[in-house]
Write a protein that binds this ligand. Structure first.
Ligand code: ATP
Ligand code: MG
Length: 271
C-alpha cells in the first residue's frame, strides 16, 4: 500500500484542530514497530540516493523545517531520518533564544541567513516560527506585532519558493502524557540527565497556549507551495517513516537527473 503523505498535510485554508489528530495513530502504515524499523532502513537508503542526486544536480534547494514541543523528538528525528545521508550536502541550523545581535534586527534575518544554497538540504531545528510561538506564548512582543508576522512568513517563504527552494514543514505532534514520560526519562536515566532543562517545565505549564499557537501558525501558513505536515509522533518509529516518506516523495517530485557527461568523456582512457 503506498504511503499517502497528503493525509498528514494541513490543507491550505483549513483550520487545524490538534485535538482531532491522534498523536499515537499510524496512518498509511499497517505494520508494527519491528516492520516500521525494517521499513526505515529501506527509506534511509532511498533518501541517501535522492540526496546524492540533489547534490550532483546543484539545481534545487531544500528547506526542511521541524517544530515541536520540548521532548517532541526533533533531535531523534534528525538522527534517524538522515541516518546514512552524506553530511557534506546536509546542514542543520538550530535556532535558540535570539542573541543581542539577532534581536537588534528583524526576526527573519537570522533565518534568511541560513537558507539552503543550490544542491543543499538544510534542516531548521526550530525556526522563524518561534517568533509566532514562544514569542506569542511568553508575550515577548505585543500581540499586534506577532499577529502581522504570519503574513510576513507566508510572503518570505513564497519568495524562497519562487526563487527555487522547496519547503517542507513538519510539526511533531505528541500528547501531553507522552511529553511527561519523556521528560521523566531525562530525570531518571543518567545518560539523559544532560537533556533535562528546568525551563522545559515552564513551557509545559503553557501547554494549551502552545497548542493553540501551533494551530494558528500552522493553519495560517500552510500553503500549496510551502505545506505543513502534522506527524503523529508518540511512536518514534512511525514518526521516522512518515517523515522519510514525505521527504522522499517530495524529492522524487522534483524529477532530478544526474548531470550529462562532459563532451568526449567516452573517449577518455585511463592508463
Ligand atoms: P534541546 O533538544 O537541546 O533542548 P532545543 O531546541 O529545545 O533543543 P534549547 O536551547 O533547549 O534548544 O531551547 C531553545 C529555546 O529557545 C526554546 O525554548 C525556544 O522556544 C527558544 N527560542 C527559539 N527561538 C526563539 C525566539 N525567536 N524568541 C524567543 N525564544 C526563542
Ligand atoms: Mg530544550
Amino acid at each position: 500500500m503506498p504511503f499517502t503523505i497528503d493525509d498528514l498535510k494541513v490543507s491550505p485554508g483549513s483550520k487545524l484542530d490538534l485535538s482531532e489528530r491522534d498523536p499515537s495513530a499510524t496512518p498509511s502504515f499497517d505494520g508494527d514497530k519491528k516492520a516500521g524499523q525494517a521499513r526505515l532502513e529501506e527509506l534511509n537508503s532511498r533518501l541517501e540516493e535522492l540526496q546524492d542526486l540533489l547534490w550532483a544536480e546543484q539545481k534545487h534547494r531544500v528547506l526542511f523545517v521541524i517544530q515541536a514541543m520540548d521532548a517532541g523528538g526533533k533531535d531523534g528525528t534528525i538522527r534517524h531520518v538522515f541516518d546514512g545521508v552524506n553530511p557534506s550536502g546536509v546542514k542543520v541550523a538550530s535556532f535558540k533564544k535570539p542573541s543581542s545581535k539577532e534581536l537588534a534586527r528583524d526576526y527573519l534575518w537570522r533565518a534568511h541567513a541560513q537558507v539552503p544554497a543550490n544542491g543543499e538540504l538544510t534542516i531548521f531545528n526550530r525556526s522563524h516560527y518561534e517568533d509566532v510561538l514562544a514569542v506569542r506564548v511568553l508575550e515577548l512582543v505585543p500581540e499586534k506585532q506577532w499577529k502581522r508576522r504570519y503574513k510576513h512568513i507566508v510572503d518570505f517563504e513564497q519568495m524562497l519558493v519562487d526563487e527555487g527552494t522547496t519547503i517542507i514543514k513538519i510539526f511533531l505532534h505528541i500528547s501531553k502524557d507522552e511529553q511527561k514520560e519523556r521528560l521523566q526519562a531525562r530525570l531518571d536515566e543518567p545518560d539523559k540527565n544532560w537533556k533535562f532543562e528546568i525551563g522545559d517545565l515552564e513551557s509545559r505549564s503553557h501547554w494549551d497556549a502552545y497548542q493553540e499557537a501551533f494551530e494558528d501558525a500552522i493553519s495560517k501558513t500552510s500553503t500549496d507551495d510551502s505545506p505543513w505536515y502534522v506527524i503523529p509522533a508518540n511512536r518514534k518509529w512511525y514518526r521516522n517513516i512518515a517523515i522519510s516518506e514525505i521527504l522522499i516523495q517530495t524529492l522524487e517530485s522534483l524529477d532530478m537527473k544526474f548531470p550529462e557527461a562532459a563532451d568526449g568523456l567516452d573517449q577518455v582512457v585511463i592508463d
